[in-house]
Design a protein around this ligand. Structure first.
Ligand code: B12
Length: 214
């Protein structure tokens, strides 16, 4: 099984779309969890990012990896027992922060957590705060994959503070983040992937009821 996993990661890294799809189909047929297939594909994209960093791949290759990811998602979603979706009882506001246009991870999380309060990409800090009031959100999810996103996340948390919303809102960050980024941005939680994200949001819903934002 381990062998097949590395083959999928390697095929994504080589941007070999036919091989990726064939391997994904075989993993689906062998009953592998959809989230695991998605995460393997993401690991391959991370490798594509490294090759881009080293000057071996170009922007077109990053775009190609994005297309491959979308193909895998549509394959996985076509399966009967595809992805476990949670239907939250509270409102989450979710967007990619200012200066960042990476939206694949955000869109994936949005499809896993069925909720309202969806925002786009390159979302300004004040817009998040306004959206929070508009949607009466008690959880704000911020996605960011580039270094500049960290300042945007921090400014977004500050915008929530300035508008007096912070006590009633939990801020979750995801994308290319870690504990250091969480501390810098003053978010409440960070997650490394969608599987953790779904678990965290489910537990937050159980812990909290809808909070009033005045
Ligand atoms: C595909 C890709 C692109 C595509 C994006 C297409 C799109 N519609 O999103 C395109 C080609 C447009 C692109 C553009 C650029 N990119 Co780019 N890109 C990538 C790549 C290869 C994959 C990202 C991806 O989609 N992964 C798959 C998804 C599913 O994973 P994910 O986003 O991490 O999301 C998962 C989790 O993190 C989680 N999640 C994500 N967000 C959130 C939020 C919350 C709240 C929760 C709970 C969970 C969660 O859920 C997902 C599933 O597990 C990464 C490499 C990498 N290491 O990630 C580089 C990468 C992010 N890009 C990079 C760069 C440099 C750029 C450009 C600046 C290139 C350029 N010269 O123009 C531009 C940036 C434009 C901008 N202003 O944002 C760098 C960033 C380096 C840095 N530290 O700043 C990276 C890391 C590549 C590298 N060098 O290694 N990119």
């Amino acid at each position: 099984m381990r062998m097949v996993e590395s083959m999928l990661v390697a095929a994504v890294t080589r941007l070999d779309v036919d091989k990726v799809l064939a391997l994904a189909v075989s993993e689906i047929q062998s009953g592998k969890d959809s989230i695991e297939i998605i995460e393997e594909t993401r690991q391959g994209m991370t490798q594509v990012g490294h090759l881009y960093d080293q000057g071996k791949y170009f922007l077109a290759d990053l775009m190609m990896s994005a297309e491959i990811f979308k193909d895998v998602i549509s394959l996985v979603s076509d399966q009967a027992n595809a992805i476990a979706v949670i239907e939250p009882s509270a409102t989450i506001l979710f967007g990619t922060v200012k200066k960042d246009i990476h939206d694949i991870g955000k869109n994936l999380m949005i499809s896993l957590l069925r909720f309202n309060g969806y925002m786009g990409v390159d979302v300004a800090p004040e817009r998040f705060a306004e959206g929070c009031i508009e949607h009466r959100a008690s959880i704000v999810c911020l996605s960011g994959l580039i270094t500049q996103s960290y300042d945007s996340m921090r400014l977004t948390v500050q915008a929530l503070e300035k508008m007096g919303l912070r006590p009633g809102v939990k801020v979750v960050i995801g994308g290319l983040v870690n504990e250091q980024v969480r501390q810098y941005t003053k978010a409440d939680y960070w997650v490394k992937d969608c599987s953790e994200g779904v678990k965290l949001c489910s537990s937050l819903f159980n812990l909290k009821t809808h909070q009033e934002i005045s």
